[in-house]
Design a protein around this ligand. Structure first.
Ligand SMILES: [Fe+2]
Length: 258
């Protein structure tokens, strides 16, 4: 992959683009907003304060349009939260770099480091989620590698979907994620609380469903999760999920070779 293509895919910016964008409102869910995000001026620290750490940018190419059962306003409001994770990953990296430069590894450093997992996983999981939503979808190919592996791992696509849907409807906020286990070469369903808790180390996400209430409240209200999960499945870009699965299988070969 060429360097510029790689940089685009991973959301890297050049130096001129790398200042923190303070033009949009803080995008934390209100209950999650940490006090240290208020009053931060544009460019505080700047890219030099990140000590060469790559900054991330919004993956506009992933923003879904024209979905069935998931409205444009729902997506627009949810997208603002995704933008907030990117902004705060970059902000935290800048603040941590500044503390690192001073060799100040006290309580502030510890709390920023803890917070980083929440922000990073919030960014990455939302990119997976938005990236597999596309208008005009059909069922996955019966002969494709994904469905074949779902048969081996769960007994069939419908059996997998039944379990995945049950996980997605579990009480509490979080994520339902279909992972590929590079050791057993099987697919497994998991519940991830918050963004950073419960990920099986080394497993590769293949299909990611956001079941935080902010993902469906605009369309369906606080009790609308079942309706939302049903709508989600009408919009899954199975061709892309197939590619994610194929990538996971290739990665497993590398793991096995190490
Ligand atoms: Fe979300």
């Amino acid at each position: 992959m060429k360097n510029d293509e790689s940089a685009r895919k991973h959301g890297r910016k050049n130096e001129a683009e790398s200042r923190v964008d303070e033009s949009s409102d803080e995008s934390f869910p209100a209950s999650d907003a940490p006090s240290w995000t208020s009053g931060v001026s544009r460019g505080e620290g700047g890219s030099s304060a990140s000590a060469g750490r790559t900054e991330y940018s919004v993956r506009a190419d992933l923003k879904p349009k024209g979905l069935t059962g998931i409205g444009e306003d729902q997506i627009a409001q949810h997208w603002k939260l995704y933008e907030g994770y990117i902004k705060n990953v970059n902000l935290l990296n800048q603040k941590l770099a500044a503390l690192r430069a001073k060799k100040d590894f006290g309580p502030e450093f510890a709390e920023f480091t803890r917070r980083l997992g929440f922000e990073y996983d919030g960014m990455i999981l939302h990119e997976h989620y938005f990236g597999i939503l596309k208008a005009g979808q059909k069922s996955p190919s019966e002969s494709g590698g994904l469905v074949q592996q779902l048969k081996k791992s769960f007994g069939g696509f419908d059996a997998w979907k039944e379990e995945f849907t049950a996980i997605a409807k579990m009480r509490g906020v979080g994520w339902a994620i279909l992972y590929y286990d590079p050791r057993t070469r099987q697919l497994t369903n998991h519940w991830i609380g918050l963004h950073e808790e419960g990920h099986p180390s080394g497993f590769i996400p293949v299909l990611v469903l956001d079941v935080w209430e902010h993902a469906f409240m605009v369309d369906a209200g606080a009790d609308g999760r079942p309706k939302y999960v049903e709508a989600f499945f009408k919009n899954v870009d199975w061709a892309k999920v197939e590619r994610c699965f194929a990538d996971a299988e290739r990665a497993a070969q590398i793991v096995a070779a190490v």
